[in-house]
Design a protein around this ligand. Structure first.
Ligand code: ADP
Ligand code: MG
Length: 249
């Protein structure tokens, strides 16, 4: 009889610890995110949410434990790291677009450089992605000519242009004027519906309730709760989560 190995989870963290000097910011994190799942990470400021995201694509080295993306452990450095990092798209609070490049060039650069995709093809894909996030008609402008919400949608298109297996979002709407939050959440919601595996740090509870398959609540570097949005919002188990929800809802 042959044994069929189960598909690996898209993201797996095993016993991950991270210190900043004496500060223990990720404490024995064990987490598996299956392919296609949308996980919202909640927690008070300083609980380690950003560090968790940054560790998953090695912007931040960990002190111990294992992080795997699609069954591949993350290498420490070199070509393999660049390739694996390209599998993990990341969108930050600050959009980090290249100010001196046009919108379409922002979306084209990395695929040509890192993925070695031909320029014509990269441009065609970029235009399709800009269409998808509703910015195609702004493709020749520069970032400063766009609103914050538009720039963040470009940042999402830019991450998608690398054909990532996973998308990490670290408070993608926190720097936006309120009227621009929904247009970015709409793009994220459609991405979730298309089956993208997503880890989303956000304070947008509407998004968490509607789009998340799962909510993870972090406090002091630990995963304190890991449940469905329904049970997290209606019946949080820990006092820390109750306290957190009491403050934001
Ligand atoms: P969150 O995103 O949940 O607000 P962070 O992951 O940014 O939390 O931070 C977790 C803890 O690590 C905080 O106490 C923060 O001050 C600290 N920290 C984050 N980045 C650094 C760094 N580069 N050097 C030292 N301490 C840091
Ligand atoms: Mg943060």
């Amino acid at each position: 009889m042959t044994e069929v190995a189960a598909a690996p989870p898209m993201i797996r963290l095993k016993a991950v610890d991270k210190f900043f000097g004496p500060l223990h910011v990720l404490k024995d994190i064990n987490l598996e995110i299956p392919k296609g799942e949308v996980v919202v990470v909640l927690g008070p400021s300083g609980s380690g949410k950003s560090t968790l995201c940054r560790a998953i694509n090695r912007l931040e080295p960990i002190n111990s434990g294992v992080i795997e993306v699609d069954g591949q452990p993350l290498p420490a450095e070199g070509k393999d790291l660049a390739r694996l990092r390209a599998d993990v798209g990341m969108v930050f609070q600050s959009f980090n677009l290249f100010a001196h490049k046009s919108i379409v060039d922002n979306v084209t650069l990395a695929p040509v450089k890192v993925r070695k995709i031909a320029k014509d093809e990269a441009r065609k894909t970029a235009m399709e992605l800009l269409e998808r996030v509703g910015i195609a008609n702004q493709s020749d402008k520069y970032p400063a000519q766009l609103s914050g919400g538009q720039q963040q949608r470009v940042a999402i298109a830019r991450a998608l242009a690398m054909r990532p297996k996973v998308m990490l979002f670290d408070e993608p709407t926190s720097a936006l004027d309120p009227e621009m939050v929904q247009e970015v959440l709409d793009v994220m919601t459609s991405l979730a519906k298309e089956g993208m595996t997503m880890l989303v740090v956000t304070h947008e509870m509407g998004f968490a309730r509607k789009a998340a398959d799962r909510v993870i609540f972090m406090a002091d570097g630990e995963v304190v709760e890991d449940s469905t949005p329904e049970s997290f919002f209606t019946a949080p188990k820990s006092n820390r989560a109750k306290d957190f929800l009491g403050k934001i809802l």
